[in-house]
Design a protein around this ligand. Sequence first.
Ligand code: ZN
Length: 679
Amino acid sequence: MRSRWSDADAPPDLLDLRVYSSRLLGAEPSLVLWGGGNTSVKRSESDFRGDAVEVLRVKGSGSDLKTIERKHFAGVRLDDVRALRAVEMLSDEAMVDYLRRALLDPDDPRPSIETLLHGFLPHRHVDHTHADAIVALTNQLDGAGAIRRVFGRRLAVVPWVRPGFALSRAVAEAWEADRSAEGVAFVNHGLLTFDDDARASYERTIALVSEAEAFIAESARAARRFGASAPQPDAELVGCAATAIRGAIAQPVVVEHDASPALLSFLADPGAAAITRRGPATPDHALRTKGWPAFVHSSADAGPEALDRTVRAAIDAYVREYEEYVQRHARPGTPRLDPYPRLVLIPGLGVFAAARSSRAARIALDIARRSLAVQRDATVIGEYRPVSEGALFEVEYWPLELYKLGLAPRPLPLQGRIALVTGAASGIGRAIAERLAEEGAVVAIADIDCDGAETVAAAIRERSPQPRAALSLPMDVGDEGAVRDGFVTLSATYGGLDILVSNAGIAVVSRLDDLATSDWERSIAVNATGHFLVAREAVRLLRRQDRGGSLIFVSSKNAFAPGAEFGAYSAAKAAETQLARVLALENGDAGIRVNAVNPDAVFRGSKLWSPDVRAGRAAAHGVAPHELEAFYARRNLLGKPIYPEDVADVVAYLASDGAAKITGASIPVDGGIPGAFPR
Ligand code: ZN
């Protein structure tokens, strides 16, 4: 690991400098990840009366070192912190309460749970990371011995203690016992360096970690293990596995996948299942990934059906094992977390992370990469031995950490759901895709217009806190192969499907006696066959996944009340409506609901209304083309125009649990058309 320090970039102000070097640490995923690690600086500030006071500026709980700013450092009065050095014991709750009262500004973020270990040391700068290389060295039967082998007496060592008051005391005692130590190694946890100079403290972290890395690299050469390269997995099998994972987990989850060569080669090792079962690199990981992954013993060449069965069996076994684990350690009042794995490992296919949002799945996957790397490195050094199961449970069910998770906003109605919308690059399809994303779903934007689809997907991603909230899928719904490919990509990206909105359509205007056969066929191909092809793939996927689903067809008022000179369109739309009803009949047994919405005359953002179509429909109704919107608005009972958002509202409702008992329905979104009664 190289130093990223640049004197030219280092700012003069102490707190700015602390921000700068914290970000340098945050830039290395093998040092800290997703809010891990913390840093501090001690300096003089003015309190609210203007008096000078010594302050510990320490990272606030939950902020991330790679993007940290000045405002993320909580200011704690150093006198108050140092007063605790003489205290023998302090509960988590009492410590949190004490630190809250010691804040210089009551509006500062909650100071890190590791605040006291920064405050108990005299140095101006303190850097604490969860360095993989140190964690790998200490995850051994004799973790302290491994540190001695590499560093001699240069590092003080503290055994595993859950972060909080006791760890802070242990660190202070270790340093006070040997004030010449260059840093402190925390067994199963990480590294601490300190200095009055910001650069010296940062570079000591880099130097110590580099030494540990060199030792691991040397051990790996000697061990000759985990070297085999594995071929990239087949996308269809990856999708199949992801779908089976979603099917076996009885709550909505998004599945993210990684098949990097390093992971595949680790999973191919015959010892991988046993090593990963022992626990994560550091107990903290359990909050995001659970204590261990589900491991699927399956050969990729066994085919999709066998893979599906083994994945489901592995997850069922995991749930039983997890419930026994909770049973072994829970005390009265321990809250119950769901028993499903966050990680599923499949040799030959890679690592799958399943979580309630794509952000949480992404975090779990990032952590899994680190944990697996540590497990591999620890194995080449000796034998991987993380903390005991009891210590792991203590962290996973730690009230303070659960409190952190509890602060997360309430899940959105479609959180964890996966939607695919066809014809989503514009008009009604776009409004629906945006609406489903707002409700928390991740959305595949399928359209024949690739650029348009990517524009919509990019706009959704920009607004969403989820990094992969939307995906553009090139798809001509009339092309069987393209539809199939689209669903393979969907499964490989998100893990499956919950909501299909079959919306893509075209308009063909002509009297039937003037209609060319090719125009008739074009309308049938997109407006009828297109819905069939997409729905067939969706039903196959939903049935394989076996967790119900919702199919919603965007049909038309014309299905019930056709328009003259709109025959090819109206007949195809009637076919689409009938298709939806038959799908409802055939798939209720699998919990798949199938409904249609029947809008009338939606203009805004729509590509359906080409100048030709507009002129044709205007002539049919005896009005001028520019009067067409007003004409359609006037003719419905409410006298109102219909917008894409009106259709999106009804689709979002049909996709939600609020419509859990509705199937086989057609819901008009037309302002009320007397001629279309009864429906
Ligand atoms: Zn830590």
